[in-house]
Design a protein. Structure first.
Lengths: 267, 328
């Protein structure tokens, strides 16, 4: 019997962040409904902080989707998290930079600040009763010791799921598998893997992560996303649905891609 | 030592390619430091005299005669060959269970394994080690096929686990690992050709599009036209502070540059930078927010980012409505 794994679709969040792509609220609702019928576990619907989409849009997606969990993404920022939980998503992804380059030169903060701010953010989600996935950004370039300490902190704060993000797409399958294995062995937290395709290895890295114990794999339709995109859902399923049970008919993915192509301009 | 054999010139037979274009390709490849090129007999004939400074591997079909292609060839690639000096014997392996069949060829000095497209879904390290054990001390060229979009990763895994030779092709033509992806991954992981400039990849991309008539996807890793475009506020902000925040390598390395695109996901920093690019000075936060809001709505209406012309028109409108003119 094939092992069960789950697809987290991030077309409407990371996919839409592709330069030049801009969905309308109606586009997002239409795509979400099709993804829901397809059987993806979770639909990451967007970033509330964008300020251009109304509250109704999330409400509408939640109303129209009956199977998938609806999630939102937020920076690790107390005000952003407060705003995000007000939309009452099923899951909130909090993006937590963990590489030193991102902590010191993007945030211009330090490790203590990262840990303290995560605590503050998770108090808010806990109070609001919203499930959290802590997205360890740029995990592929992080210090493994610090990465592990962040996973342990997440667990201590009541978190149950980590998103391991290869933010700039530099992992190889060996390294991706090694990271996932270590986290599975050291902690019993659930793992989600988020690939980028900068070196053409998003599919292979996602397969290896699933083989090594990541239960959730992030994908986008047509592989859209920043720079060279994310893990392409159809290609991923085509490569490994013999190994895993995703509960998705890969041929139906093509239908949604056709709809998506009418809404974007892509080379 | 790592050896990447680029086989693009054995996959362009179906296109109207000229000898001059083939020479050009060789020249470009030399500029990125790849001098091992696999060619077809058609390419051999079209080039008439092979250029100096390369190791050419000629792929012979079953009824081709080796003596007809005697000039300038480093090695010949022949399917299931078992006796000729200067020859690489190639084997198509479609199923990992067929790997054991290779034992009967363990006496060969140089072999090429083509296929194993679904290896990623199996215990690839076990299979790769089995191959290395069979051909201990010999040279094994691995040429993974790309049916499941994992060929580049498999080629890299082979090189990172002790293999030293792979066959690839530019942009993955022929359903193989993409030369530029394997090259760049090894460049980042193992400092392969660390001081090499790769700006000529832009010429190679243009060459590929001209010869094949196929457009390279805008987001194709390493060579896609828009891979260093950036729109989202968080990413623009991060890149301004330090490009390494969101770029795995410098765009200039591959002849590209970071381009800020204006659209739904833009932040105020992008507006300031874009205005500055056009000599417009706006420091008033309220005006910037007003421009930003209009950009986001217009971008959603158009379902795309805005061109620079559209952006400038919008800025002009906002400033005019405020009863002020642009400083420039």
């Amino acid at each position: 019997m094939k092992e069960k794994r789950w697809i987290v679709d991030t077309t409407l969040r990371d996919g839409e962040q592709s330069p030049g792509i801009a969905f309308t609220e109606q586009d997002k609702i239409e795509i979400a409904v099709m993804l829901d019928k397809l059987g993806v576990y979770e639909i990451e619907a967007g970033i509330p902080e964008m300020k251009v989409e109304s509250i109704n849009f999330i409400e509408e997606i939640k109303k129209e989707c009956h199977n998938s969990k609806i999630s939102l993404w937020s920076r690790m920022n107390v005000d952003d998290v407060k705003l995000a939980v007000s939309f009452k998503p099923d899951i909130l992804h909090i993006g937590v930079p963990v590489s030193y380059v991102q902590i010191y030169s993007k945030l211009k903060k330090n490790k203590l600040w990262v840990q303290k701010t995560l605590e503050e953010c998770m108090k808010i989600t806990s109070k609001a009763g919203v499930e959290v996935t802590v997205g360890l950004e740029d995990a592929s370039r992080s210090d493994e010791g610090f990465l592990m300490s962040m996973v342990k902190l997440t667990k201590n704060l009541g978190g149950t799921k980590i998103r391991l993000a290869d933010t700039v797409g530099v992992l190889t399958p060996l390294r991706a598998g090694d990271l996932v294995k270590k986290l599975v062995q050291e902690t019993d937290i659930e793992l989600e893997f988020h690939a980028h395709n900068d070196l053409g290895m998003a599919i292979a890295n996602s397969i290896e992560s699933a083989k090594c114990g990541a239960n959730y794999i992030d994908c986008t339709l047509l592989g859209i996303g920043e720079r060279s995109g994310n893990c392409d859902m159809y290609k991923f399923l085509n490569a490994c649905d013999r190994n895993f049970d995703f509960g998705i008919d890969k041929n139906k993915v093509k239908k949604i891609e056709e709809l998506l192509l009418t809404k974007i301009c892509m080379g | 030592m790592i050896r990447i054999i680029d086989s693009t010139l054995s996959y362009v037979d179906d296109y109207q390619v000229t000898g001059e274009q083939l020479y050009k390709f060789c020249e470009y490849m030399k500029q990125i430091g790849i001098i091992d090129l696999e060619i077809s007999t058609k390419a051999y004939n079209l080039m008439n005299t092979l250029p100096e400074g390369f190791r050419f591997y000629l792929r012979l079909e079953p009824f081709d005669k080796l003596k007809d292609y005697a000039n300038g060839i480093y090695k010949y690639i022949i399917s299931h060959s078992d006796d000729i000096e200067k020859c690489i014997s190639s084997f198509q392996i479609n199923d990992i269970k067929e790997v054991g069949l290779l034992r009967q060829y363990s006496n060969l000095d140089h072999i090429k394994i083509i296929g194993l497209d679904d290896l990623m879904c199996h215990n690839y390290m076990y299979v790769m080690n089995e191959i290395k054990t069979i051909f201990k001390g010999k040279t094994v060229n691995f040429c993974p096929q790309n049916t499941y979009d994992c060929a580049s990763a498999l080629a890299i895994l082979w090189l990172c686990s002790g293999g030293n030779e792979v066959t690839t092709s530019f942009a993955g033509i022929g359903e193989l690992a993409a030369t530029e992806e394997v090259y760049m991954a090894m460049h980042i992981i193992s400092r392969y050709k660390a001081s090499q400039s790769l700006g000529v990849l832009e010429n190679l991309t243009a060459w590929y599009e001209e010869v094949t008539g196929n457009k390279i996807s805008l987001i194709k890793p390493i060579i896609g036209k828009t891979i260093f475009d950036v729109e989202s506020g968080i990413h623009v902000d991060g890149i301004i502070k330090n490009p390494a925040n969101y770029e795995a390598y410098k765009p200039e390395l591959v002849g590209k540059k970071t381009t800020i695109v204006i659209g739904k996901h833009s932040g105020s920093n992008s507006i300031k930078i874009k205005c500055k690019e056009y000599g417009i000075n706006i420091s008033d936060t309220a005006k910037i927010n007003c421009i930003l809001e209009k950009i986001k709505h217009q971008s959603m209406e158009k379902r795309r980012g805005l061109s620079d012309e559209e952006f400038l028109k919008l800025v002009e409108e906002v400033l005019a409505n405020e009863g002020k003119t642009m400083d420039s």
